[in-house]
Design a protein around this ligand. Structure first.
Ligand code: C2E
Ligand code: MG
Ligand code: MG
Length: 735
């Protein structure tokens, strides 16, 4: 078959060379059109160049050399996935290079035998490509077609077919040459590449000469275009800010510069004018032979929004929208750093008894209340300072450039704002603030000291009856340190066995018999000596330490009472003081039951003393007390008369006794009313079927008065102080 190649005349050769060169350029442009610069088949290009060189040499050689070169050329054609098909229509001479065998899998003879074989093997779906191709060829124009063939082994391959017609001066087709390449690999990788670009969720676009040359579907969607045509060929100046486009343009020709890749984050516009946040990376490329920019980008609106939210959360309180601790501290630092001779005030505000509302009415109500509180504080400050929420029920306010008088005015106006009740969820709440104030520079020159001192002053406001304001003074600091020390020691007191119980007998005033004992906590500090419960119980309540301490004393008292019975003493109830904080503890009932079980004490020998503050949440307290009553415990209201309760409330509660507070018992001998209040309490108590116990009896006259008014039980130094267990046992009678 090689001798057929010899028949290629010089015209055909020229045509082939031209065809291959055109092919090379076409392939290059074709690839560029699809952004596939990287995909140019370098091997293919090299082979083509080799052929060109050989052909150039070929034209200057003698016949021997010529023959050798032709042989080499034949060899190249034989091994190449390129076939050339030449048909001289005048002489009806058909020439086909042997490469066709590699391409189609049929022998060369088959093509000579059946001149329509080439058409028969074309994939049926691609036959329509031929119709157009033949139309163009008939016009004498060169045409490149791409179609699939089915090889003799059934494999489908992609062929690129460059048809070059020769027409005579009358325009009739006299010669036709076709150059066929197997482009399956290129086509497949190109298809894959195109799919990647088209399906990419990111914007992929090419920008050159001030216009969009290409943009994928994701890009269209991002800019709100329904069709690629809406964008391609158009300037993007309405979508992207001209400054950014200018920067991209300036970067266009820096192809050698490794820094030429650029990143942008900016606000772009969609076609409907809506703005979006976009991130883009641009890279200068050559596109269709021109300097251009390849753009890859994405919509980062969601990320930007999230960033903004995070930023906001870092500096603002989610619940109230007020600046938070971080924002406040930052602002305060800035103000302080710029201050020369000005005075500023820090107001530390803590809500009184908010925790009880939160614990009893639930966090939703608590949260709503805090929101209303924030509004009231803001309205009192009236934009004259920064109000921040520190967390919980604490707020800090900065008043810039204000002297003490002005600060007092503001503090008073805050207190006034709280004078009316808060309406949350159709419930009325009276909440009051305690405000501590520190002044810059007198009470501190830095943010930390100023806040700490305002906090200390706030505690003084709490101690002074709440719902008031107090300025910081250095004496306060000592108090606060003491308090902190106590808290520190108290945490260790339980472990170190420093807590003890003293017992104070409760007496039948008629018979003078001991009919009960009250367990009262004592703290023997190794260095400080005795610390009074009045000093540490409120602190233990504040810190929550009262819960473990309360459990401890409850168990100790029960064990002690059980022991007395085992030792043959007459059974009497033991009274244990319980804080509201303990009642609020979800595990309270369970822990009382467990202790009674473990100790084996009869429930009616345990008397729980609760103060009137439980009335603040009558619903929950009724529930807890009912459950305790069901177990069979005794319940007493301690310090009666000092709290909020009215007797009418008490009648709904399962109470056994009320203990008249010592202050009323004192009135029997000290006050002009001569115990009128005591009389009233005793009468009402008896009416409601409660036992009435008088506390703090110190004098015989008091005993007489109480007896005359039918109060039959009493407790006080007149009979016995609270005493250690051994001393008490001497007083207890045996069965
Ligand atoms: P309380 O429950 O009203 O206890 C009576 C207090 O009055 C005791 O003070 C007692 O020593 C004192 N007292 C009794 N009779 C007289 C008297 O004739 N004259 C005078 N001047 N005082 C008398 P104490 O032991 O200092 O306890 C103070 C408060 O600390 C108790 O008041 C109680 O509320 C609380 N407390 C004591 N122990 C505990 C405890 O274990 N748990 C809880 N939650 N609170 C406790
Ligand atoms: Mg008591
Ligand atoms: Mg009492």
């Amino acid at each position: 078959m090689n001798n057929k190649t010899d028949m290629l005349n010089s015209r055909s050769l020229t045509l082939i060379v031209m065809a291959i060169l055109i092919e090379l350029v076409a392939t290059f442009l074709f690839l560029h059109n699809r952004l596939a610069l990287a995909l140019v088949n370098t091997t293919f290009t090299l082979v083509i160049l080799l052929i060109v060189i050989l052909l150039l040499k070929f034209s200057n050689k003698n016949s021997n050399e010529l023959r050798k070169d032709r042989q080499r050329l034949d060899h190249i054609f034989d091994t190449l996935d390129v076939a050339i098909w030449s048909h001289d229509l005048k002489t009806n001479t058909l020439l086909i290079t042997p490469g066709i065998e590699n391409l189609y899998g049929y022998s060369l003879e088959k093509f000579y035998q059946d001149s329509t074989l080439w058409k028969k093997v074309i994939h049926p779906e691609d036959l329509k490509v031929l119709e157009e191709r033949e139309r163009i060829l008939s016009l004498g124009k060169t045409v490149t077609s791409i179609y699939r063939i089915i090889r003799s082994d059934g494999e489908v391959r992609w062929i690129q077919d460059r048809g070059i017609p020769t027409v005579d001066e009358r325009g009739s087709l006299i010669d036709f040459c076709s150059v066929l390449f197997d482009i399956t690999n290129r086509k497949e990788s190109e298809d894959r590449y195109r799919t990647l670009v088209e399906m990419s969720p990111d914007i992929i676009a090419v920008y050159s000469r001030g216009r969009i040359d290409y943009i994928n579907e994701a890009g269209c969607k991002l800019f709100g275009a329904s069709n690629q045509k809406d964008l391609i060929g158009k300037p993007p100046s309405k979508l992207i800010h001209p400054n950014i486009l200018r920067e991209i343009k300036d970067n266009e020709l820096d192809l050698d510069d490794s820094k030429s890749m650029m990143r942008f984050e900016f606000q772009a516009n969609r076609l409907n004018g809506e703005s979006i946040e976009v991130e883009m990376t641009t890279m200068p490329i050559f596109y269709e032979g021109r300097a251009a920019t390849q753009i890859v980008g994405r919509d980062i609106s969601d990320r930007k929004r999230a960033e903004h939210t995070i930023q906001h959360m870092a500096y603002y309180d989610v619940l109230t929208g007020l600046p938070n601790r971080n924002k406040f501290r930052k602002h305060l630092n800035e103000v302080l750093s710029q201050s020369t001779n000005q005075k500023h005030a820090i107001l530390f505000l803590d809500l009184d008894r908010f925790k009880i509302i939160n614990d009893t009415k639930g966090h939703t109500v608590g949260d709503q209340l805090l929101q209303s509180v924030a509004k009231r504080i803001e309205s009192a400050i009236n934009n004259k300072g920064m109000v921040s929420r520190q967390g919980g029920d604490e707020f800090i306010i900065l008043l810039e450039n204000k002297d003490t008088e002005k600060v007092i005015e503001v503090a008073k106006s805050i207190l006034r704002e709280f004078a009316t009740p808060f309406d949350v969820d159709h419930l009325e709440f009276f909440v009051t603030p305690s405000i501590g104030i520190s002044m810059y520079p007198a009470d501190g020159e830095d943010e930390e000291t100023l806040i700490k001192n305002a906090d200390t002053a706030m505690y003084l406001a709490k101690e002074r009856g709440k719902n008031n304001y107090q300025f910081y003074s250095s004496k306060l600091a000592e108090l606060a340190t003491q308090k902190m020390d106590i808290e520190k020691w108290l945490r260790r007191a339980l472990e170190k066995d420093e807590l003890k119980i003293n017992y104070q007998p409760q007496i039948d005033l008629e018979t003078n018999e001991i009919i009960g004992v009250e367990a009262l906590l004592r703290w023997h500090h190794p260095e400080k000596g005795m610390i009074s419960p009045a000093d540490f119980i409120p602190l233990a309540e504040e810190t929550g330490l009262i819960v473990p301490i309360g459990k401890w004393i409850l168990k100790e008292a029960c064990l002690q009472n059980k022991k007395w019975q085992e030792e043959g003493f007459k059974p009497i109830p033991i009274a244990v003081n319980i804080s509201v904080r303990q009642i609020q503890d979800e595990e309270f009932i369970e822990s009382v039951t467990r202790i009674l079980d473990e100790v084996g004490l009869k429930p009616n020998l345990l008397d729980l003393e609760i103060t009137e503050s439980i009335m603040q949440d009558i619903e929950k307290s009724t529930n807890v007390l009912n459950q305790l009553k069901k177990i069979g415990l005794k319940i007493s209201i301690d310090d009666f008369g000092t709290g909020y309760s009215s007797l009418s409330y008490l009648k709904h509660l399962p109470i056994d006794s009320i203990k008249i507070d010592k202050s009323f018992v004192d009135d029997i001998i000290n006050h002009s009313t001569k115990g009128e209040m005591v009389k009233t309490i005793i009468d009402m108590g008896h009416n409601l079927n409660f036992n009435v116990i008088a506390e703090g009896i110190e004098k015989k006259e008091q005993v007489e008065f109480l007896k005359q008014n039918q109060c039959n039980i009493g407790q006080g130094y007149f009979y016995s102080k609270p005493i250690p267990v051994n001393d008490l046992e001497k007083l207890l009678s045996r069965v």
